[in-house]
Design a protein around this ligand. Structure first.
Ligand code: UDP
Ligand code: MG
Length: 207
């Protein structure tokens, strides 16, 4: 972001804060300062002072567009769901998944009767693997994705909106903090995860 853009963005923030009657600093607020404040709030958690009680746990999760989603040109629409929610993309790649990687990814499912079918499906074409970041994203992304069986999913979830059968449910999302950590490590090298400042963080979260 250029210096001029920072100034304009900062001026808008000051005007918004000023309109709310809050004390504002003079001069542009560096993005890094805004981000530090945002992160401080995120790690401090809810309940301090007059802040809302909305949980603000800063997390990363693993999301993948499965081969049916890629073949059906749904990559953009699925990414859009996470972007418009305000989450931040920190890693992305298109890859042909090997059976080895898949057996590690789905290590809890290898004994299931549907596993051979699942391997065939997941290796049938490219997958888009991603890491997304945001407050409480592991739980929220599972809600956005919907239940495993799209037939049981509510309208508005990705699986309900784009699929109708459990064997072709378009998207994957980690189901727990441990799962997310394990899957991110499995699919990405540490240096593929980008730490970057998203300029809207101070306007999508309380400072
Ligand atoms: N799956 C399937 N048949 C089933 C259950 C699961 O084909 O009866 C597939 C489906 O693609 C699902 C994946 O296996 O997304 C992993 O299953 P899991 O129970 O982990 O569901 P998820 O976490 O993806 O909702
Ligand atoms: Mg799962």
């Amino acid at each position: 972001m250029s210096f001029l853009q920072r100034c304009v963005f900062s001026r808008i923030l000051q005007q918004v804060s000023g309109a709310r009657g809050q004390r504002v600093a003079t001069g542009p607020v560096p993005v890094s300062t805004q981000l530090a404040a945002w992160r401080g709030h995120a790690t401090a958690g809810a309940g301090s002072g007059e802040k809302s009680s909305v949980p603000c746990v800063h997390e990363r999760t693993f999301i993948a567009v499965k081969p049916d989603g890629v073949q059906r040109r749904l990559i953009g629409q699925i990414i859009h769901r996470f972007e418009r929610r305000g989450f931040k993309l920190v890693a992305l790649k298109l890859l042909q998944v090997s059976k080895g990687l898949l057996s590690q990814h789905y290590c809890q499912l290898t004994k299931k009767p549907f596993y051979p079918e699942l391997v065939g499906y997941m290796t049938s074409g490219p997958v888009v693997a991603m890491v997304w970041e945001g407050p409480d994203i592991i739980k929220t992304s599972r809600m956005m994705v919907g239940p495993t069986n799209p037939a049981e999913a509510q309208s508005g979830t990705i699986r309900a909106d784009f699929s109708f059968h459990v064997s072709r449910n378009v998207v994957h999302a980690s189901d727990s903090a441990e799962g997310a950590q394990r899957e991110i490590k499995l699919w990405f090298d540490k240096q593929d995860l980008l730490d970057w400042d998203s300029i809207d963080q101070s306007v999508t979260s309380e400072l």
